[in-house]
Design a protein around this ligand. Sequence first.
Ligand code: NAP
Length: 282
Amino acid sequence: MEPLILNGSKVATDVKEQLKIRVEALKEQGVTPCLATVLVGDDPSSATYVKMKGNACAKIGMESRKIHLPSETTTEELLDVLDELNDDATVHGILLQHPVPSQIDERAAFERISIEKDVDGVTSHGFGQNALGFGEFPSCTPAAIMEIIDYYNVDPQGKHAVVVGRSPILGKPVSMMLLNRNATVTTCHSYTENLPALVADADIVVAAVGKPNFIQGDWLKEGAIVLDAGYNPGNVGDIDYESCYAKASAITPVPGGVGPVTISMLLKQTVDAAEKYGKTNS
Ligand code: NAP
């Protein structure tokens, strides 16, 4: 049987339609949700991502503010910019585009973002809260994966979820989120032995490896649910789509899967922040 296509573009459109209503309501109260994006240097892909995020804000009536700093920016200079944004009541979310140039202490910069504005879920404070299952904003790609499974009524409870990847923004937090939803989670990484055998036992597979076409269909259990967070040059995911399609009961495509939902989660979390912490002029 053909698998259900977990259509991220459709999920993202629905999320954004809901957000438009919330943004309108906020504006009537004198608060325009605003996402500040900070880009350091001239990496063309990062510049494209930042532009896409700004455009996405505009499409739902939000504001965005783009801060573009030169490649030679120091950690201290970046921290000063982040402090200013933290103190600016008209900014509700801060996104520091990464990677930043190597002379910058990226962790220190992430940590400087105030928890109320950490809509990209990059601070250790936000990560800790998310791991414990309360508080502010999770990292956007893990949030997108959870949004997709909820949209399609996939209940992770009791299922074996195998997450391939353990990065702080993706593999680790999505493992925690699945665990908090009562999945039994195995998190794999580059030192994991016999990965295909672990994947073969998975009811849910999350691919977050950063290697094109890495997860093979013949590793999968028949009927597995496959969520591909990967995004590699040439619009290629981290799973081998054709062979996984033949085995899965549900699968995210690339493009049009996790990617568009990730951006909508960034918007949603900025609107959440504006609703929670936004100050009106009155
Ligand atoms: P990352 O920081 O490079 O992490 C990759 C992870 O995969 C690491 O934990 C690494 O293990 C693990 N890994 C590498 N080789 C492996 C192997 N042979 N077997 C098992 N695990 C292996 O990447 P990331 O930032 O998490 O991104 C992962 C993917 O998601 C990329 O394709 C990226 O483009 C995509 N992504 C998409 C979005 C979106 O919006 N859709 C957002 C972010 C990322 P170690 O920890 O041992 O090194």
